[in-house]
Design a binder for this molecule. Structure first.
Ligand code: 5MM
Length: 340
């Protein structure tokens, strides 16, 4: 492992004013997104859509890195330029999702474990040779009456650390993503407790498996109430509880934290990030690594039509710009409306 090089990439991924575009939807997930805008999901429409994003010159000024899915990293743009080169030409770092999704966890009803460790070392070598400089692995933890179990938290944390160590051995910066879902009816304090348990376990495993914290990025959920909870928290409460939790659990050696949006509305995800960055002196950089909260608007504006590409790029630029401002604690609701 060359730690100074890994650290350089990790620091660049959380450059102030920029964040990460999570464009790593697997084939099933992108189909769901395209179904919502009445676009057939084919390798060509997926290519056209992602080409539109990566050629959004202005938006890419706010994007430090792009997480790709395996299909995309090998795909060429319409004119034959590899999509990965478009990202590099835009001054952004290409990354790759390397988990292979979730599988039911035996004897833990309703819970899953993320898989994909077999042959991961070989896959990482190929991705590095092709230009990927960081990777991502997402563990999924659900909250309900009797879950998460200690078993699910442990096996997912163990797999995240195994993945992170393999990445660093292959000169790739791991994004470690333990996502506590916001699907339930739990309140914000239950989310706080579960996320604390998960992050404690993840950092224990990272240490055990000798992962260098200076050469990784954490991608956590924010501390929020479940979507079905009657008691939704204010922006201020989300920001303060998330920062309190992260200060308890995340060592200062980690260069940056890039949040997932998890199903929050576009504006909520931006407002929460902004409020956290306004809290002041923090040990790590805080930015975004959004999928839905960056892409819902451009997907709608594009709707699969070539003539809508400029509109799709404008919508993407707007969200990337607003989140770039939020990473600096400089976003306002007025700016959101003015620029829209
Ligand atoms: C872009 O979506 C990624 C998930 O794809 P699959 O479920 O198809 O593997 C996802 O991991 C994403 O990177 C993160 O959850 C952040 O996305 P959101 O939409 O939560 O910001």
């Amino acid at each position: 492992m060359n730690l100074p090089d890994l650290n350089k990439v990790a620091v660049a991924m959380v450059t102030p004013g920029k964040g990460i575009l999570a464009a790593d939807e697997s084939t099933g997930t992108i189909k769901k997104r395209f179904d919502a805008i009445n676009v057939e999901s084919t390798d060509e429409t997926r290519r056209d859509y992602r080409e539109m994003l990566f050629r959004s010159a202005e938006a890419m000024n706010y994007i430090s890195g792009v997480i790709l899915y395996d299909e995309t990293i090998w795909q060429n743009a319409k004119d034959g330029t590899p999509l990965i080169r478009l990202i590099e030409q835009a001054g952004s770092i290409p990354g790759i999702k390397v988990d292979e999704g979730t599988q039911p966890l035996p004897f833990c009803p309703g819970e899953t474990v993320t898989v994909g460790l077999d042959r991961l070392a070989d896959r990482l070598t190929k991705y590095y040779a092709h230009g990927a400089r960081f990777a991502k692995w997402r563990a999924v933890i659900d909250i309900a009456a009797d879950i998460p179990s200690a078993t699910a938290v442990h096996v997912n944390a163990h797999a995240l650390a195994r993945y992170a160590a393999l990445c660093q051995a292959a000169h790739i910066v791991p994004i470690v993503e333990p996502e506590v879902l916001m699907d339930g009816d739990h309140d914000i304090d239950r989310c706080f407790e579960v996320t604390r348990h998960v992050l404690d376990e993840v950092f224990r495993e990272l240490r055990l498996q000798r992962v260098a914290l200076e050469g990784m990025i954490l991608k956590p959920n924010m501390v929020v109430a479940g979507k079905k909870s009657p008691k939704q928290a204010s922006v201020d409460e989300v920001a303060h509880k998330t920062i309190r939790l992260l200060k308890e659990c995340v060592p200062a050696a980690v260069p940056g934290i890039a949040f997932l949006s998890g199903g929050q509305s576009d504006e909520e995800a931006t407002a929460h990030l902004d409020a956290m960055n306004r809290i002041g002196q923090l040990p790590w950089k805080l930015t975004f690594s959004y999928g839905r909260a960056l892409q819902a608007a451009p997907q709608k504006a594009w709707s699969g039509k070539a003539e809508n590409v400029p509109a799709g790029q404008r919508a993407f630029t707007h969200r990337a710009h607003m989140n770039g401002l939020a990473s600096l604690g400089q976003w306002t609701a007025q700016l959101e409306r003015k620029a829209a």
